[in-house]
Design a protein around this ligand. Structure first.
Ligand code: UDP
Ligand code: MG
Length: 149
């Protein structure tokens, strides 16, 4: 990957229903902006089962899959496209470990961990884990390329 495309790297970031209920939307957006990243698109929507099964298709066989889908259907989500240098890796670092109990201090999942009553699926935010998944997820959630930048 050359330097220019690396700087223009895009990723898909989604605030999960718990992040919205807990009023962490502004905090998450502010952290990404402070890191120098550019928001390209944002929409709030109630997801449906079809899009979530496609989004999490690699996890279909996992024991936690149905509970994860139910949780993701429990309220609206905020789907976003962000751009910036090395953003795919950096956004993952900013989120922290999948299990919020293990997420490092300074990460979104670590700083807002509530304690053992917080379920592992309720980890506030999603970010694509590779260039391949960033492309897939961006196309899935923004199929009409209906964002302006
Ligand atoms: N998840 C879960 N139980 C697990 C692992 C994951 O409920 O043991 C949920 C959690 O919400 C996680 C999502 O499934 O964010 C997707 O899992 P993945 O391994 O892709 O984690 P992520 O990429 O979100 O860190
Ligand atoms: Mg993942």
């Amino acid at each position: 990957m050359n330097e220019t495309s690396h700087q223009k790297e895009k990723t898909f970031i989604m605030i999960k229903p718990d992040g919205i209920k807990r009023k962490l939307v502004g905090e998450i957006i502010q952290r990404l902006e402070k890191k120098g990243f550019q928001m390209l698109a944002l929409k709030m929507l109630q997801a449906n089962r079809k899009i979530l099964v496609e989004h999490y298709t690699e996890l279909k066989a996992k024991f936690f899959f149905e509970e994860l889908i139910d949780f993701m259907l429990s309220g609206p989500v905020i789907a976003m496209i962000w751009q910036g240098e090395n953003i795919i890796n950096t956004a993952r670092q900013m989120l922290g470990a999948t299990n919020p109990a293990e997420a490092a201090p300074g990460t979104i999942r670590g700083d807002f961990y509530l304690g053992p009553q917080q379920k592992i699926n309720e980890n506030i935010c999603h970010a694509s884990d590779s260039l391949e998944s960033a492309k897939k997820e961006t196309a899935l959630w923004f199929p009409k390329k209906n964002y302006t930048w």
